[in-house]
Design a protein around this ligand. Structure first.
Ligand code: 5GP
Length: 211
């Protein structure tokens, strides 16, 4: 009996430290597989095609939409971002817990299609800390930063759609907390369908014997 993996959606304001968190989570535990999204935004310095994202043109992205190649896609600050379907399906089947690091519109679409998915929202402890991290990253222009802060304000309206909030103050603590939440959610009946089916069948067998 093998349960499918959990589909985990992780969202959070741009600058919440999701990238670093994901890296550490994947280094520390071996049950996770991280989905690589496709995007039309330009690579940042040091980003590589096929590692952080699949960087594609708008035309290539739209072709993939028409082929039904995405689980979800959304427009964020003027660029397309989407989750390719095939990898996610394969990894879930193989029992891996698949992480989608996506923004809120995409998260809601995933929840609609996969009600048993787990939605986690990562945030820094304060808004001032978010601004400090965005400026400190030094990869974005002032305009992009203010755009992203405005977007964060909009996104904060949707936090209640998530199952849990995780505050990223100390990286190691946050990684442990994320893992603990995933582990606990594995025990929810909606994610133990195979186990429930099997024990019911066995019990029926015993019940027959007692007739
Ligand atoms: P960034 O440009 O900072 O890498 O990402 C911008 C936003 O897009 C982040 O909130 C990130 O989580 C989100 N994002 C990345 N990949 C996807 C995706 O495949 N689908 C959706 N809906 N959002 C994504």
């Amino acid at each position: 009996m093998k349960e499918k993996g959990i589909l985990i959606v992780i969202s959070g304001f741009s600058g919440a430290g999701k990238g670093t968190l994901m890296k550490k989570l994947l280094q520390t535990y071996d049950n996770y597989a991280l989905s690589i999204s496709m995007t039309t935004r330009q690579p940042r310095e040091g980003e590589r095609d096929g590692v952080e994202y699949f960087f594609r043109t708008k035309e290539q992205f739209e072709e993939n939409i028409s082929k039904d190649g995405f689980i979800e896609y959304a427009c964020y600050c003027g660029n397309y971002y989407g989750t390719p379907k095939k990898y996610v399906e394969e990894q879930l089947e193989a029992g891996k817990d698949v992480i989608l690091e996506i923004e809120i519109q995409g998260a809601l679409k995933v929840k609609e299609q996969f009600p048993e998915s787990l939605l986690l929202f990562v945030t820094p402890p304060t808004a001032a800390e978010l601004q400090r991290r965005l400026v400190g990253r030094g990869t974005e222009t002032e305009e992009v930063i203010s755009n992203r802060l405005a977007r964060a304000s909009e996104e904060s309206e949707g936090i209640e759609a998530y199952d849990y909030i995780v505050i990223n103050d100390d990286l190691d603590v946050c990684v442990k907390e994320l893992h603990a939440l995933v582990d606990a959610s594995r025990r929810a009946p909606v994610r133990r369908k195979e186990f429930i089916k099997e024990i019911r069948e066995e019990l029926k067998g015993f019940a027959k014997g007692a007739e």
